[in-house]
Design a protein around this ligand. Sequence first.
Ligand code: UD1
Length: 327
Amino acid sequence: MGEKVLVTGGAGYIGSHTVKKLGEAGYDLVIYDNLSTGLPDAILYGELVVGEMNDFQLLSRVFAQHQFDAVLHFAASISVPESLQKPLAYYANNTCNTLNLLRCCQQFGVNKLVFSSTAAVYGATQEFPVKESSPTLPVNPYGRSKLMSEMILQDYSLVSDLKYVILRYFNVAGADSSGKIGQSGKASHLIKLACDAALGLRGNLSIFGTDYPTHDGTGVRDYIHVEDLASAHISALSYLKTNAENQILNCGYGKGYSVREVLEKVKEISGVDFPIVETSRRKGDPACVVASADKIRQVLGWQPEYDSLDTIIRSALLWEQKNLVDC
Ligand code: UD1
């Protein structure tokens, strides 16, 4: 048997893609998920424990039953608009529950952790591209709840043997090439919504703001294929086996695409000219969020395989089409 790893939130979008790659690489997995957004069918490897992250007793029992070598902590709430509506729920789930997890790690001597963070921690930072050392100025409870967890990890590691890799995800999209897993549920991300529009599941697509100081006036983001992001987690786990230094790493390609460019590409690939409605800016949206993406390559030796907007959108469309047929 390979190393034993606890994957919280392993039934979710990014978690399930990572579980697939970990399983293929021979890791022995326990997935802890409350199935609030994740699906049991998305878990292709390992044993599922259904539980809440705030259920300290259950989580402790899981730690007691297994001798984990490492933890990957995906379980979190991820919607910026929802975080503005329900800040307490976001701090409870994203920050307090990370604390619960660390208490378990402390109690059971687990000292390697890969933490799912976000580009939202940079918030109002104006830097382009944004570096890991750039100021963190989150502008919503989602970003703040994740940044607080990062700080807790950093503080705890100073007085313990905990080693961590914090991965700050940029805009994750696409689906596994096997067609077995993808983004499920009612995600509000641009590429998924545009695919839905191309498949006639929604009447149109709104562009939130056409007056940004970008090359075509619409928001610019760094889209990363979910399979490459999953691989980054495998590289982070390998890194933690042999390296003593903690890391914070951006997960992006270092390239930005505007909303218009994304929509044009979805139209081109799908062959469907769905209607676009130009509306005002969405509250809290920065104009341009693009990663400085060198550090993760240098530190982890990570090499992306799907670094292309075309590939990302094709895989997302295929997945949405498949879901349509299966319904
Ligand atoms: C944000 C967070 C990200 C988080 C994600 C999930 C930041 C920097 N990033 O990504 O960490 O995981 O939310 O909620 O805070 N757009 C439209 N029309 C639409 C939908 C989106 O024009 O119908 C535009 C947005 O204004 C934005 C771009 O498309 O410019 C991408 O939006 P989206 O996919 O929602 O992700 P972010 O808000 O960038």
